[in-house]
Design a protein around this ligand. Sequence first.
Ligand code: NA7
Length: 535
Amino acid sequence: NNDSAEPTYDVVVVGAGFAGLYALHSLRRRGVSVRLFEAGAGVGGTWFWNRYPGARCDVDSADYSYSFDDALQQEWEWTERYPTQPEILRYLEHVADRFGLREDITFGTRVTSAHFDEQSGLWTIGTDAGSETVTARWTVMATGALSTARLPAIDGLDSFTGEILHTAQWPTDGVDFTGKRVGVVGTGSSGVQAIPVIAQQADRLTVFQRTPGFVIPARNRPLDAGELAAIKSDYPARRQLQRESHGGWILPPPVGSALQTEPEVRVKEYEARWAMGGLAFQTTFDDVMTDLAANETSADFVRSKIRETVTDPDTAESLCPKGYPLGAKRVCIGTDYYETYNRDNVALVDLRSDPIAEIVPEGVRTESGLHELDTLVFATGFDALTGALGAIDIRGRDGTTLRETWRDGPRTYLGVAVAGFPNLFVITGPGSPSVLSNVVVSIEQHVEWVVGYLDHLREHGARLAEATTQAQDEWGDHLTTIAAGSIYQQADSWYLGANVPGKPRVFMPYLGGVGNYRNLCARIAADGYRGFTTT
Ligand code: NA7
């Protein structure tokens, strides 16, 4: 036993997005030595990489921001209801500067391995920067839940002679579509945001759609100074509401049950939420997300809006989502999305009736013929929740790899710890509510809980902490119980890993909401961090 070995750093943090920056800041304030490794050339994580046209958060800017420092939240001026990618990136750059975080960040360096050594009780971190390895007592994976971009394996992809882009790996100096024939594959949140903006610039835009989404209008608008000032003056109460809420955002409460409301009144209520814009539509009634028949009333309303908006009836029918409940795949929030299909330079290819046969040097060949393209944009999403961790060679006790441990689906305790991987913490991991929430609220909770646990361990002189298999199994059973029978099981979503061929079909997020999750974590901490063993 080599207990006296001194690590290079007390903690290594991986990733400089919302989670990693806050983890770095919180840990430094405790006087522990920290090094953060970031693959990108700058801070921002998601908001560093996703620079596609139209990229924007679909949570209100006043809510999608840090709450941990009052001066920060008072001084930052959000300009629109929903922040654009450049604005969020500027905000995170400001945070990094304001708290002097950059000096502890190594940019342009991707962590490729993390191996636990039983003898020393330390983690050895390897990077793509070459031979240098560092050791740390604690490792915090702030690698993101939606950070490993996925290109589908389509025959002939490499033969395409035009430009290939992925929305989540967008060139930092932007792309000019003027005069170009552009194809977009994918109509999830990213495609829905990018399509209307690309359509305005490109010569021609062809959208290749596999599954139509439910697209709710964003109703974005500038924030006037008075409105933002009012929010700021009430921030403590607003933040408290966020933390106690289900989703971490402030939405108007549901107006009763869809099924018990008269059809004409029901439509009026949907109209009101449609006019409000954003995520509030999904919670118009309290049974939309729990009862299939109630859900169908909201789906019908969206389909009626599509048919009303899109002038070509065949295109409208292709755009109508059918066969899965609204919200079972994340609803998309769009601006002029359906209207865009009325433009002369936009065409929709419905891949369910006209599938892609292959990609050829000139473009995409579907069964009906060739679509010639200069640029092909993939808005095809991510290997969600487990992709970024799976890309790192993580080995715990006895050299066991995380990849092997999670072969049949991820197992965690609270989404933050994994049995067999001592002193490793995950922020926004599978088993946490993060991807079903305003992720900034989840991130602050996760980081504060993990850092609080580190304080506790240091106070008690513990060198190693590890989730027990029993606690992890119980958490897994709890996740399964609350997800069983939920409408989320009824769509092939990334929540279930269904978007990645061969990935085990397991519902990965915690469905109980951020408020319940926070209370549960607080109780576990109060019980002396039940579910962990320490040495
Ligand atoms: P999503 O939501 O995973 O959307 C990906 C889209 O790409 C979706 O429409 C997919 O259709 C489509 N897709 C994926 N593979 C293919 C292939 N092989 N052929 C055709 N179409 C394909 O990713 P986003 O980036 O839009 O959003 C991710 C999250 O980021 C979002 O939920 C927000 O939380 C922020 P499918 O539905 O699989 O049939």
